[in-house]
Design a protein around this ligand. Structure first.
Ligand code: HEM
Ligand code: HEM
Length: 183
């Protein structure tokens, strides 16, 4: 057994699980909107996909500000330097691509086709650009491919967390679970 790592702050845990829930929900809604026509004839699923996913654009600002002022806990001491680097870079990609570039590409897509985004159904997100129908297919392709690539990345991230917990039996997953105060 090695020393248990320290834990994320309660705020970091709240932000992680809130955004994880929104992210997975948004993914399922986006997928259903496109591939399950029978339930999206009136575009309500598309509406809620955009309404829920767009909240990530606000939460990420809070999350990055918190993260920059509250460092992550140490990784288990037995991880090789290569695995430490991989974990760090993997998390950076999750922030930059899954939580930032992906919602921004959805925002850009709605902007170039001139469709509104109603954040949580409450207020409209201002468009990033005017209408540019010509670039819409490229933005759509980018959003779709990045969404699928990030789906694989997030699935891998979740599986690695479970591997740490059930196979390596270290404190990595516990460090992100509720009910434990920061050391
Ligand atoms: C402001 C944020 C976002 C906007 C405005 C947006 C917009 C859209 C739109 C308009 C569609 C097509 C829906 C349809 O044709 O009915 C779509 C598809 C999709 N979106 Fe988003 N999106 C956003 C964020 C996200 C995020 C954060 C994720 C991932 C969690 C995501 C994952 C997907 C997926 C998986 C699809 C289906 C792709 C396919 O297989 O064709 N989107 N999005
Ligand atoms: C599938 C369920 C999920 C599980 C079990 C999980 C688990 C974890 C764990 C245990 C950590 C801490 C890793 C460490 O201390 O080295 C972590 C960090 C992180 N997770 Fe997740 N996660 C999940 C979903 C997500 C989702 C959907 C996203 C965003 C798309 C996400 C983004 C992140 C990021 C960016 C970090 C790095 C935090 C930091 O150090 O600032 N996670 N996750």
């Amino acid at each position: 057994m090695h020393d248990a790592p320290e834990h994320y702050t309660a705020t970091a845990k709240w932000l992680h699980w809130l955004m994880a829930g929104i992210w997975i929900g948004a993914w399922v809604l986006g997928f259903s909107a496109v591939h399950w026509h029978a339930i999206n004839e009136d575009h309500q699923i598309t509406f809620w996909h955009k309404a829920i996913a767009s909240t990530l654009l606000f939460l990420i600002v809070l999350r990055v500000a918190w993260r920059l002022t509250h460092p992550a806990p140490a990784l288990p001491g037995n991880l090789s330097p290569l695995m430490r680097k991989a974990a760090h870079h993997g998390h950076m990609v999750l922030y930059a691509v899954a939580l930032l570039a992906l919602p921004i590409s959805g925002w850009l897509w709605s902007s170039v086709v001139g469709r509104p985004i109603m954040v949580l159904g409450l207020f409209q997100l201002p468009p990033l650009t005017g209408e540019h129908g010509g670039v819409a297919p490229y933005v759509k392709l980018f959003h779709t491919y990045v969404a699928w690539a990030c789906g694989a990345l997030v699935a891998g991230h979740g599986l690695i967390a479970l591997k740490h917990h059930f196979i390596d039996r270290d404190g990595v997953l516990k460090g992100m679970l509720p009910g434990r105060r920061q050391a």
